[in-house]
Design a binder for this molecule. Structure first.
Ligand code: ADE
Length: 226
């Protein structure tokens, strides 16, 4: 999979992809992430990438030209399944969406700033708009990093059997059950006896019950979705 991230703050991506599972996924060739500085494509003599909003006073809007030129250049080089704009008014990211996107080969993520991007970019280039939650970030960069992480870990071969995404919260519509490790007794705080019993069938039932109870208590909306 190849992800091209378009941003005016490329430095913000030093970090999120340089560690742990995502770093290894990139090293092993499962994923490529290319960061592009939108400002490098502006033809404006002051290197500006934004301008005042027509019609209302509120804030600056990212202009069409540098973003359009950059997307045109990338599209001339390869086909993209999705051109995604990260925005708080997009569809809220869910595990099912990450699962679907993890099957794609090439995607562009566009990070917005200020009051957003000129609406005509959304009309003519953007194929999908995604929000990472009902809150407003200062820009799309952190949202793009969240989206890339949620997708890349699902590419076959990225996670080992032990860390398999199949046991993730949300993957079966339920939150994950609690987990415990050694010691089995920490100053009187004991691990539930069933987990030490060796009875795999009973343990599996218990884990499912715990996942269900946790979901009922914390996220009953997930149960309504079924
Ligand atoms: N940009 C600003 N806030 C955002 C959000 N919640 N999701 C995606 N992009 C954003």
């Amino acid at each position: 999979m190849r992800i091209d991230i378009l941003t005016i703050f490329p430095e913000m991506f030093a970090g999120p992809f340089d560690h742990s599972i995502i770093k290894r996924a990139i090293e092993k060739g499962h994923a490529e992430i290319h960061i592009h500085n939108i400002r490098d494509y502006t033809t404006n003599k002051h290197r500006s990438v934004d301008d005042y909003a027509y019609g209302h006073g509120a804030g600056m809007v990212m202009t069409i030209q540098p973003i359009a030129d950059l997307i045109d250049k990338l599209k001339a080089e390869r086909d993209y399944e999705e051109i995604i704009f990260l925005t708080p008014d997009g569809e809220v990211l869910k595990q099912s969406m990450a699962n679907h996107l993890s099957t794609f080969k090439n995607m562009i993520f566009l990070c917005g700033h200020y009051k957003g991007i000129d609406e005509r970019l959304r009309e003519h280039y953007i194929t999908k708009e995604i929000s990472v939650g009902d809150y407003v970030l200062t820009g799309g960069e952190l949202a793009a990093a969240v989206l890339a992480d949620s997708i890349i870990r699902l590419i076959p071969g990225v996670l080992s059997d032990e860390t398999s995404a199949l046991s993730d919260s949300f993957q079966d519509g339920l939150l994950s059950p609690p987990v415990y490790t050694r010691p089995s007794d920490y100053n009187g705080w004991e691990v539930p006896k069933i987990l030490l019993s060796g009875d795999e069938k009973k343990i599996a039932e218990w884990l499912h019950d715990q996942a269900l109870e946790r979901t009922k208590a914390r996220r009953p909306d997930l149960l309504d979705e079924h």
